[in-house]
Design a binder for this molecule. Sequence first.
Ligand SMILES: C[S@@+](CC[C@H](N)C(=O)[O-])C[C@H]1O[C@@H](n2cnc3c(N)ncnc32)[C@H](O)[C@@H]1O
Length: 289
Amino acid sequence: MAQDIKKFENQIILGDCLEIMKTIPDNSVDMTFADPPFNLKKKYNHYEDSKEKEEYLNWCYRWIDEMVRITKPTGSIFVHNIPRWLTYFAEYLNKIAFFRHWIAWDSGGAPLGKTLLPNHYGILYYTKAKSPKEFKFYDIRAPHKRCRLCKGFLKDYGGKKDQMHPFGMLLSDVWTDIHRIRHKKRRDEHPCQLPVPLLERMILMTTDEGDIVLDPFVGTGTTAVAAKKLGRKYIGIDIDPQYIKITEKNLKQVEETKINGCYVSIYLDEIRTMRDKDFKEIWKNKDNL
Ligand SMILES: C[S@@+](CC[C@H](N)C(=O)[O-])C[C@H]1O[C@@H](n2cnc3c(N)ncnc32)[C@H](O)[C@@H]1O
């Protein structure tokens, strides 16, 4: 039976996401994000990552149904996976939610493959409402790309550098500026931990301070950490007690990241994403950034 959403706020829950999500009320969460096992025979402690195709897809459709059900009418649904599976998920989601974007995330990994080299992950972005007037969305900017050595701009924007935005471009649906965490010292003991700035970008784009973000496959807590850093509430679920422990430890260390009262995504001392509407406020004392 569905319980009061307040009971779930800022909780990291050990269990099967299908069972836990069943108890979450309809239309109660602002953003849902899922990064499920990809059925690629990865080594998880508590999950067998090699199902038959139909079995895997039917399992995925069940948690996708739950994500859509619990998302608010103003809310957003994101699903991260390899393109092969996303083609099926998109067909399924098209019947129960509204397609916004297929975000191509080039995570900077080494490509491997028998035909074209697979070099991006996809993030499906759907909303529960059809009209842009009905769902939350904020334009976001990422910094201009610069040469590591000379710090000059890598693009000349058709010779119109003087008209360039001082911070960076409005984002497109191709993200190449956020990389997987390769350094061991920045990683947890998890085979496929996502980088926090990736989640911060989606959270800044589709939610407000105090909103609730849910991840049914929270792993070592990337989504919950990103939500807390940005002043949002989180709900994280994972079937593995060890990952739950690491998530809880990670959450204890989180501090909110704000500049001049505006939430921003900062990683290794650099702003990775800001909302367009916050730019003027954030840029006021840009010399300190
Ligand atoms: C791809 S990983 C998610 C990684 C996460 N995004 C991160 O950055 O740490 C998938 C996770 O799903 C969990 N999992 C697998 N089956 C599950 C289930 N039925 N319910 C909840 N979690 C599950 C695994 O333990 C694993 O941590």
